[in-house]
Design a binder for this molecule. Sequence first.
Ligand code: ADP
Ligand code: MG
Length: 238
Amino acid sequence: MAALEINNVCKDFGSEQVLKDVSLAIDSGEFLILVGPSGCGKSTLMNAIAGLEPVTSGEIRIAGEEVTWQTPAERDIAMVFQSYALYPSMTVRQNISFGLEMRKVPKAEREAAVERVADLLQISHLLERKPSQLSGGQRQRVAMGRALAREPKVYLFDEPLSNLDAKLRVDMRTEIKKLHQRLGTTIVYVTHDQIEAMTLADCIAVMRDGRILQLGSPDEVYNNPVDIFVAGFMGSPS
Ligand code: ADP
Ligand code: MG
């Protein structure tokens, strides 16, 4: 059974068709990278999976269960955006714990989860700080910690590293890869960085103008692009 299934999803904003019959299936533990030019509909697709935007038609399933009309909180997913969206008045500990509190997770379990992800992301020494007392990279770790604490079936990352400087981006990329290998999580990850795509992905989906043009392994997409657009986008040898 697929961890995440998207079947014939269409999304219109007014008269603009932004998603045009998108279908995708991702196996449990798979790292799927979604690439494509700015404005092609990547974030709209992520928001649809997360339940932040209703779809116009089609269906979305998580671990076999149809979630198309569920609220974001009802879906077993966690999302990390490029803007970290931490609660400024809360400490790091409270930021990580908050989503669990909303889900009525008992206090002892919440505390254990905070310790676990803080250790994993090496932010244990930052737990009592406020977001304003953290660097950009540290904030991004906290945002990831918040997602990891929930242990959802599917993680959605929408260009999570695009606001970081080049050095940090490389470090965080390595860490995300390690986390995926260690935890065996299912991830959908949007990036416009081809190197990020080639190094992180089990599978790459190339999107253009609201459609998925190609879905395959990094090797397939790079070496056997379906058309000149994919070739150009992936920097394939000609
Ligand atoms: P990407 O993430 O690939 O850059 P988006 O999914 O953000 O692209 O946007 C795809 C298209 O949908 C763009 O033309 C954008 O203007 C439009 N769009 C996105 N969100 C909205 C919205 N809330 N209302 C109207 N149009 C939107
Ligand atoms: Mg986007």
